[in-house]
Ligand binder design. Structure first.
Ligand code: FMN
Length: 233
């Protein structure tokens, strides 16, 4: 069985580890602890990989994997980064709502999150971009994500141009790579969370929480109280 014996987990342990009988008020505390546990266990190369689903103005959906940078339980958002001109970026501009799915197969867990999309402030995106690996910064400048290109060689030539401009590696006191305006962070302000754990004999454990979130034009979020309920599997 692929992966068997590599995790230190046995299925029996997981099946005893269901959601608490009394559901906690804030599900994002569990969500953040599941993400932290996934990092500790490193059962998969990208423990923070999540599927991000968006939809265009007509409601046509699309989904892809991105990396979760953080889950902040209070006041309650998920942080990720991308290209604002990509397909997902265009869709989130037209329709600023999205859904996320984490699937931690080794831990028999699924986490579904829905919410409202807000861009990070330019200062936050600058700070995050500056902390990225140099190669990732070069790539973000070179790649017009989701735009067609004639060949891989043409892409390589774009990267070579950017590398010539800034250098293959950072140099003490040398030039820094400015964050391209089309690259930056997103906050997904969470309006719904569903936690799922595999249970015995297919009697899985599910609970869903919802709350209201209002975002004003100034970037301020007003969040309501969580309401949680158990669901049949
Ligand atoms: C493991 C993994 C991690 C990824 N992380 C990101 C990410 O953090 N941000 C991102 O923009 N794309 C990421 N991608 C690439 C996206 O899946 C996708 O190909 C790209 O963002 C273009 O999507 P779009 O055309 O729907 O906008 C990742 C892909 C994989 C497989």
């Amino acid at each position: 069985m692929p992966g068997a014996g590599t995790t230190g987990y046995t299925r029996a342990i997981m099946l005893n580890d269901l959601l608490p009988d009394l559901l906690p008020a804030n599900p994002l505390e569990i969500a953040a602890s599941w993400l932290a546990e996934s990092w500790r266990r490193r059962d998969q190369p990208n423990p923070n990989a999540m599927v991000l689903a968006t939809a265009d103005a007509e409601g046509t959906p699309s989904a892809r994997v991105v990396l979760c940078k953080d889950i902040v339980a209070e006041p309650g958002f998920v942080h990720f980064v991308s290209n604002y001109h990509s397909r997902k970026g265009r869709e989130m501009s037209a329709n600023p709502r999205a859904a996320l799915v984490f699937h931690w197969d080794h831990q028999y867990r699924q986490m579904r999150i829905e919410g409202l999309i807000q861009r990070s402030t330019p200062a936050e995106s600058d700070a995050y971009f500056a902390r990225r690996a140099w190669a990732s910064q070069l790539g973000a400048v070179a790649s017009a994500q989701s735009e067609p290109i004639s060949s891989r060689a043409a892409l390589r030539a774009k990267l070579d141009d950017v590398t010539r401009q800034f250098g293959a590696e950072p140099v003490e006191g040398g030039p820094r790579i400015p964050r391209p305006a089309h690259w930056g962070g997103y906050l997904l302000w969470v309006t719904a969370v569903e936690l799922w754990m595999e249970g015995d004999a297919r009697i899985h454990d599910r609970a869903r929480w919802t709350r209201d979130v209002k975002l004003d034009g100034e970037g301020q979020a007003t969040v309501g109280a969580w309401h949680g309920t158990r669901l049949q599997p």
